[in-house]
Write a protein that binds this ligand. Sequence first.
Ligand SMILES: NC(=O)c1ccc[n+]([C@@H]2O[C@H](COP(=O)([O-])OP(=O)(O)OC[C@H]3O[C@@H](n4cnc5c(N)ncnc54)[C@H](O)[C@@H]3O)[C@@H](O)[C@H]2O)c1
Length: 363
Amino acid sequence: MYLFPELEIPEKKLRAVLVGCGEQATCLMHDAITYVAALDVVGVCDLNKERADFAARRFGLSRSYQDLDEMLSSVKADVAFVIMVPRLAPKLAKKCVEAGLDVYTEKPLGTDIQDLYELEAALKKTGRKLGVSFNKRFGLAYSDMKRAIDSEGFGHPAVFNVRFIGGYRSSPTDLLRTGSCHFFDLGRYMIGEIEEVFAYKYEQAPGQHVFAVSAMFDNGCVGSYTLGSVGSWACGYGMEAVDVRGDRNMVCADNGRDFMWQKPSKILNSYADGASNQNTQAVAEQAVPVEILRPNYSNPGKLTESTYFINGNFQCIRAFVDAILKGEEPPVGFHDGMMALKIAMAIEKSVEEKRAVRIDEIH
Ligand SMILES: NC(=O)c1ccc[n+]([C@@H]2O[C@H](COP(=O)([O-])OP(=O)(O)OC[C@H]3O[C@@H](n4cnc5c(N)ncnc54)[C@H](O)[C@@H]3O)[C@@H](O)[C@H]2O)c1
């Protein structure tokens, strides 16, 4: 049964605790969580009492917690949402797993590979499940891009191009391991495993960097990533762009929102037959219309026009909750978070050692 087309009335529910009530949680994730009807929020926690109290009020709770251990021992829950500073996220996720909870964690899964190995051991020991918030996989523009790439006639993906140049970052590591991990994940999701990277780094000043990365996918597709922190977080266009070429098919998405698909043009004449090929271009083509998808920003009364739906946060959380309710592995999980960190580390190693680095060199 449905409340609205996207909102199911659930048969079963999960009791959820929210760990971390900072900016991403308050402005985006808590909104998305309220719309997942299979979740009952039973506890909220943040070191910062004002932030935790604000979340408690929002979810109709009489109190908040400032200490995770205290919350875990006082509140009976099934799942935890860890929306935390990246350095601490895997440590707190591990505590929740050891307390018997399944965990959904914001990206990145972590920034220190040792922490991830420890979290992995805890998951294996307890049999608990973990989901990672690689919400772009579920975002409207990138879902459409994936559908186009997988469609009949698109052809083998030839090149995966990413430009992601946001505002200042605290360090190059932060840019790669925290900021860019979405795009390593999107490459793996849309194209295939990345086998090897070669990278150059430009540094303007501390916090202002650009990496130019060439990547090789296991299916032969080549990748090109330009990842930087010399731009602006507030720009309305051009901060993030992804495009993929197939066999005369071109798909691109700007700022994760505006999607465009140029389907193969009509071939008027082919000169690619040797003797008559006097032209530098092998075919003469006639343009065909382009398919464009752009969210209707002036109709926010629809769930599908809300930020957390356009960006895929709601769908990513709901996919995790559905999997937990069915006893299945979440569709985006520990392995995906680990691979994104390994790709970032391989890029750092390539810059340092001035050579191509295979992802399987990283441990
Ligand atoms: N999916 C996306 O596109 C996206 C976008 C932005 C941020 N994020 C991620 O969201 C996460 C949070 O980012 P943010 O910008 O909200 O950070 P933030 O600093 O605003 O929030 C982190 C919160 O954690 C709290 N905290 C720190 N240590 C704690 C502890 N030991 N126990 C309880 N609370 C503690 C802090 O008080 C703070 O309120 C990061 O992992 C970031 O990468 C994801």
